[in-house]
Design a protein around this ligand. Structure first.
Ligand code: TXA
Ligand code: MG
Length: 308
C-alpha cells in the first residue's frame, strides 16, 4: 500500500512480516541488500526496533520527530534481515504527516517503507506519481495531496563514533549541528554501498537530465528549435524564463526560495518527464551549503549510468 508522508510517498508493509517485505522489493525491482526505513508513530516504539540507543538519538528525535529525519541505530534482534538488508543496523523515522501517523497508529506496529517509485527512478510527491509508476502493482494508493517537504528524509548514522549524515534531506545540516552542538559531516557515500540513495545514478527521470549554468542555458535556449531537438527546461532566472516564454519552449519555472524549490522539484521533473522530450536541461541551483540536499539529488539524477 502506498501512503503520503511529508517527504515523499512511501510504499508500506508490516516491518515484522518477511513475506510483506519481500513484496516491496518485488514491486520496486530493488536489490534485496538495500535496507528499508521503519516508520513509527510513537517514540516509545523506538525500543522495538533498536538497541543500545545513544542519548544523542533521543536528543535528535525530540527536536526533529515527527519529521524528515531517519536515524540509523543498532538493530534489535527481532528485526527481520529483509528490512535491514542483512546489516546489523536499522533506519527508523517518525513521519510528520497526519495520514501516515494515523495509518501507523491504526496498524499498531512498525511500517517499513521505501519511496513508492521503481528502483532508481524519481520519487513520488503526489498520489498520481505513484499511480504512474506503480499503478496495477499496488493494492492501494492513499491520496494525501502533494508532499509538503518534497525531498526524502535526512539520514544520520548514529552507530559510529561521531554522527554522520549518509543522505542530506529534509532536515538541514545546520539544524543538525545546532542541536548536536558540533559540526556534522557528510559521510562519503562509498563507505555505505548499501544506502541505495548513495548510488551514483538515482532519483532519475527517464528523460536524460543535464545540469547547466545560466550562460550555458542562455546559449542553448537561443538555438533551441533550430537544432531539431525537442528539449525541456527547468529554470529559475528571470532572463531565461523570459526567453523560453518568447520562444514558446517546453519549460517549467521553479522558485529560488529553498523550501518552495525542494517541495516542487520532483513534481516539475515528473511533469517534464511525461512530455517525450529529448533532454531536460536544468539550471544549476545556488551553490551554497543550504542547497546541499537539492544539489545531491540533481547530481545523481543527471548521472549517465547506474553504478551498483
Ligand atoms: O523520506 C524518506 O526517507 C522516505 C519516506 C517514505 O519515509 N523513504 C525513503 O526510503 O526515502 P528509501 O528506501 O527510498 O530510501 C531510504 C534510504 C536508502 O538509501 C537505504 O539504503 C537507507 O535509507 N537505509 C535504510 N536503512 C539503512 C541502514 N540500516 N543503514 C544504512 N542505510 C539505510
Ligand atoms: Mg527511494
Amino acid at each position: 500500500m502506498a501512503f503520503p508522508t511529508e517527504t515523499v510517498y512511501g510504499l508500506g508493509a508490516d516491518a515484522s512480516n518477511q513475506e510483506a517485505i519481500k513484496g516491496i522489493f518485488r514491486i520496486k525491482g530493488r536489490p534485496e541488500t538495500h535496507p528499508l526505513i521503519v516508520h513509527i508513530a510513537d517514540l516509545s516504539a523506538l525500543n522495538d526496533w533498536a538497541i543500545n540507543i545513544p542519548a544523542v538519538a533521543y536528543r535528535l528525535a525530540e527536536r526533529f520527530w515527527p519529521g524528515p529525519l531517519t536515524l540509523i541505530l543498532n538493530k534489535a534482534p527481532n528485526v527481520p534481515c529483509e528490512v535491514t538488508g542483512g546489516q546489523e543496523t536499522v533506519g527508523v523515522r517518525m513521519p510528520n504527516h497526519p495520514v501516515a501517523m494515523e495509518l501507523i497508529e491504526a496498524f499498531g506496529g512498525g511500517v517499513a517503507a521505501p519511496s513508492a517509485n521503481l528502483f532508481g527512478r524519481l520519487s513520488p510527491t503526489r498520489a498520481e506519481h505513484v499511480q504512474d509508476q506503480l499503478g496495477g502493482l499496488v493494492d492501494m494508493v492513499i491520496d494525501g495531496g502533494p508532499c509538503g517537504v518534497g525531498l526524502e528524509s535526512t539520514i544520520v548514522n548514529l552507530t559510529s563514533d561521531t554522527p554522520q549524515v549518509l543522505r542530506p534531506g529534509g532536515v538541514s545540516l545546520s539544524a543538525l549541528s545546532d542541536t548536536l552542538k558540533q559540526d556534522i559531516s557528510l559521510g562519503n557515500g562509498a563507505d555505505y554501498p548499501r544506502v541505495s540513495g548513495s548510488l551514483e545514478r538515482h532519483y532519475s527521470p527517464l528523460t536524460p537530465l543535464k545540469l547547466r549554468n545560466f550562460s550555458e542555458l542562455s546559449e542553448i535556449i537561443s538555438v533551441e528549435k533550430n537544432n531539431r531537438q525537442n528539449n525541456g527546461f527547468l529554470i529559475h532566472s528571470e532572463g531565461l524564463i523570459k526567453k523560453a516564454t518568447e520562444k514558446n519552449l517546453a519549460f517549467r519555472s521553479i522558485s529560488t526560495n529553498y523550501d518552495m524549490y525542494s517541495k516542487s522539484l520532483y513534481d516539475l521533473l515528473h511533469s517534464l518527464d511525461k512530455m517525450s522530450l529529448d533532454s531536460i536541461f536544468i539550471e544549476k541551483p545556488p551553490a551554497n551549503s543550504e542547497w546541499i540536499a537539492v544539489a545531491d539529488r540533481l547530481k545523481r539524477a543527471s548521472r549517465k549510468t547506474t553504478q551498483t
